[in-house]
Ligand binder design. Structure first.
Ligand code: TXA
Ligand code: MG
Length: 340
């Protein structure tokens, strides 16, 4: 299959119409959102959804998110909008937040990975919204990477993984946030965060003081608990090289790095160590959003330089930094060395 790569703007109706026609005919189109690029298909068409799993090489038990462009689209997909869901919608949609509802029968079990719930997101990105609006369908879209690889934050990342496997890629430039949405279970009285992201626990707790993380995200022996989001149990976001997180004293980290000049190093603007092209700064250590935005791009850059060993300094874990640490630790398969 030839994959069309097309620059897209909100006003370029011709490109968006073409993309929406592919979707209406059961095809797949990758599109930008403010978090990461999504790999979209008709979320109500079981065959289109199966093709999404195939293109990504994704386990079938890991459900997809349905993307909508207006609140009226939500009604037919979910059994109930709980008071908890309503408050979060009023505060954070459109935006980088995905909510888990009890699903109606219209949502195929392929989309929900066999669960009786469905994840829904109303993205803010204007190209995403125009595209979904033109399709006039809920768009099932996981991140547009091969399963296990870093999520795509640029159209060229999508092209690397999906060329020849999907009909079209809409290039809307770099994603603003660069980490996937916060996934929140709203089937109960209080929100439970199943995947951390751009909307933080602190923000949610301002509305619901009893909001919490899924146990799986915070407990030491989290393998003992089944995560609410099936995706959280898989290894993820990993570069091809072997990534390890470094913690501890900066002078020791510096010493370690200078002794391993062949490895890739991920640091911060305030803690740069060398001028080597193998050292990548995530950005300002005091701005987790800035750092989050660059993580996946750096991991892919390490791959294109064929770095077989990569070390990263550990980012602070407050606010959006919690999501950044979650992605980095998953990418490292949990490997951490403390130097002190
Ligand atoms: O920012 C994002 O969320 C991006 C953009 C494209 O919207 N999408 C994305 O999708 O990251 P994906 O498929 O890579 O991640 C979806 C996550 C997975 O961890 C999955 O297990 C979880 O959401 N999820 C989906 N449906 C669920 C459900 N019914 N219950 C619990 N978790 C669910
Ligand atoms: Mg993903």
């Amino acid at each position: 299959m030839k994959t069309i790569l097309a620059k897209a703007t909100e006003n370029d109706t011709e490109v968006l119409v073409k993309a929406s026609e592919f979707i209406k005919n059961g095809g797949l189109v990758a599109f930008p959102t403010e978090t990461v690029y999504g790999l979209g298909g008709n979320g109500l068409n079981a065959d289109a959804v199966k093709n999404i799993f195939k293109a990504k090489g994704r386990p079938m038990d890991n459900p997809l998110i349905l993307h909508i462009s207006s609140l009226s689209q939500l009604e037919e997909l979910v059994k109930e909008v709980t008071p908890c869901a309503k408050t979060l919608i009023d505060n954070f949609w459109p935006g980088p937040m995905t909510l888990i509802f009890r699903k109606t029968d219209i949502v195929p079990t392929e989309t929900s990975g066999g669960l009786n719930t469905v994840a829904v997101r109303f993205p803010e990105n204007i190209i995403a919204r125009k595209f979904i609006e033109m399709c006039n369908l809920p768009i099932a879209a996981p991140s547009a990477n091969t399963s296990g690889r870093p999520s795509p934050t640029k159209a060229e990342h999508v092209f690397e993984d999906m060329n020849g496997k999907i009909e079209m890629i809409l290039d809307g430039g770099e994603c603003e946030i660069g980490l996937e949405s916060t996934v929140i279970d709203v089937t109960g009285e209080n929100p439970v965060i199943c995947r951390p992201g751009g909307i933080t626990l602190e923000q949610v707790q301002k509305l619901f003081p009893l909001a919490c993380y899924d146990r799986h995200l915070i407990e030491e022996n989290s393998q003992d608990f089944k995560p609410i989001s099936p995706g959280m149990k898989y290894k993820h976001y990993a570069p091809k090289g072997d990534l390890t997180v470094l913690d501890g004293d900066f002078s020791k980290i510096k010493e370690f790095m200078l002794k391993n000049p062949d490895a890739g190093f991920i640091t911060f603007d305030q803690y740069r160590i060398t001028n080597s092209e193998k050292e990548f700064s995530l950005g300002n250590i005091n701005s987790p959003l800035d750092c989050s935005h660059r993580l996946f791009d750096i991991l892919r850059e390490c791959d294109s330089m064929k770095l077989t060993k990569i070390y990263s300094m550990r980012p602070p874990a407050d606010g959006v930094g919690f999501a950044l640490c979650n992605r980095l630790f998953k990418a490292a398969g949990g490997k951490i060395i403390t130097l002190d």
